[in-house]
Design a protein around this ligand. Structure first.
Ligand code: HMG
Length: 425
């Protein structure tokens, strides 16, 4: 079926089985269909090859945020998260942003950085000159340590040297193509060590990839007409102003910036995890980037353009995402995630992930500056409480209805109310 003709309205109201059948309308592989039908999940013997001391597998909910429009193309975005209201919020925001023309993204390049930190270098200026004079030889040496990436059109492409404290640090930029490239970059950096030690007269303390991927920056932007914030023009304008203020607050107060960015990573981590990427690397890069001006700040900004009457959002993030390598090909759920997205290239996946971060932030700021977070979040949190209290499937809806009327919502209250629901039956 033509993906453009699929009507996603009401997807959230379906049962998991109905959603799985619905997704089979996309051009999915037989493997992906088997995963959707629960027949093909991560086997224990594969899990045991992925990491050490395996005893079983941990399961997490795998959801889909439908109809996300990025750079003119619509994606069904896989989310793996344990937190209620994250998927609802991303779906809600993506729907509004699609009606507003979708996300537009930009990235200059997609390269990883490795470093060799040299110490005990007697004359750093002279060592720098000696290293830079051999720049071409060093790039060739790095590439000869990992020739397969050169065959794929990538490889080491830039080398710079900087003095920092007691260290002379050599940074290498590597185009890692579809891979995240940690092994590739680490191999190259270690191959450079003997020559760098000889050229500098110093010793290498370490040779390793940097997760601060400033050469993999992705910017996503969106512009939202006021009418999508509220049907009432005055209320909409006030809300746009408050959302812009909320983004300013995250620039000046690290206490708020931390929560602001946590909200962004609610969505980013969910897609990074679903697509088998290294979420610790993406988090580390994001938080370092948030501190680049000397204090920790919000990663996104929102402003209200009173002449176009649009709320304008921007998020820039180091997003060194991979579509090949690591555990990506091993886990059937990860393969399903890439299939749902239409097997995007690494740069496209990075654009989708950054856009999801902006969507997630939009939903959170809109809720925070209007109804407050609890109204939407707690409605969905109530479902988890109901299940924790022991409610059967048919008891969840009536129990949630009672729970959200309560001034305090906790497990004890949920258990008490479950008794009432059962007695009323
Ligand atoms: P609403 O206006 O009540 O939503 O908002 P609605 O019932 O009118 O539904 C509108 C659309 O939202 C739906 O369209 C869905 O797309 C989606 P439909 O499918 O009906 O045509 N939607 C859902 N999708 C799946 N399952 C659902 C569902 N409900 C709505 N159950 C909503 C409700 C929760 C979306 C809104 O209140 C919201 O966005 N709240 C923000 C929630 C949030 O950000 N949660 C993240 C966890 S809190 C946190 O950790 C981060 C934070 O601290 C970050 C920060 O401080 O910046 C907040």
């Amino acid at each position: 079926m033509d993906k453009k003709t699929i009507n996603w309205a009401g997807f959230s109201k379906k049962t998991p089985k109905e959603r799985a059948i619905f997704l089979e309308r996309l051009d999915l592989s037989a493997d992906s269909v088997a995963t959707l039908e629960q027949e093909k999940l991560l086997p224990l013997d594969i899990a045991n090859q992925m990491v050490e001391n395996v005893v079983t597998r941990q399961a997490l909910p795998f959801s889909v945020v439908p109809d996300v429009l990025v750079d003119g193309k619509v994606y069904q975005v896989p989310f793996v998260t344990e937190e209620p209201s994250v998927v609802a919020a991303a779906s809600f925001a993506s729907k509004i942003i699609k009606r507003s023309g979708g996300f537009k993204t930009h990235q200059d390049k997609r390269q990883m950085i490795g470093q060799v930190a040299l110490y005990d270098v007697d004359n750093k200026a002279q060592a720098t000159r000696a290293i830079l004079a051999k720049r071409e030889e060093l790039l060739n040496l790095a590439n000869s340590a990992y020739p397969s990436i050169v065959k794929r059109g990538g490889g080491a492409c830039e080398l710079i040297v900087e003095e920092k404290g007691d260290f002379l640090i050599v940074y290498l930029s590597v185009d890692t193509k579809e891979a995240m490239g940690a092994n590739m970059v680490n191999t190259m950096m270690e191959a450079l060590v003997p020559t760098l030690e000889a050229l500098s007269g110093g010793k290498s303390l370490m040779a390793i990839l940097s997760n601060y991927a400033t050469q993999s920056l992705v910017t996503s932007t969106c512009q939202i007409p006021l009418r999508y914030l509220s049907r009432k023009p005055d209320e909409a304008e006030q809300l746009a102003h408050k959302m812009a203020l909320a983004s300013q607050l995250a620039q000046v107060d690290p206490y708020r910036a931390s929560t602001h960015n946590k909200g962004i990573f609610n969505g980013i981590d969910a897609v990074v995890l679903a697509t088998g990427n290294d979420w610790r690397a993406i988090e580390a890069a994001g938080h370092t980037y948030a501190s680049r001006k000397g204090s920790y700040q919000g990663l996104s900004t929102w402003s209200y353009n009173s002449s176009t009457k649009m709320l304008e959002g921007t998020l820039t993030l180091p997003t060194p995402i991979a579509t090949k390598g690591g555990s990506i090909g091993l886990n059937p759920s990860t393969r399903l995630a890439h299939d749902l997205l239409g097997q995007p290239k690494a740069t496209t996946l990075a654009a989708i992930i950054t856009s999801i971060g902006l969507a997630q932030n939009f939903a959170a700021l809109k809720a925070l500056t209007s109804t407050g977070i609890q109204a939407g979040h707690m409605k969905l949190q109530a479902k988890s409480l109901a299940l924790l209290a022991g409610a059967a499937e048919s008891e969840v809806a009536p129990l949630v209805k009672e729970l959200i009327k309560q001034p305090t919502m906790n497990l004890a209250v949920a258990k008490q109310l479950l008794e009432h629901v059962r007695q009323a039956d």
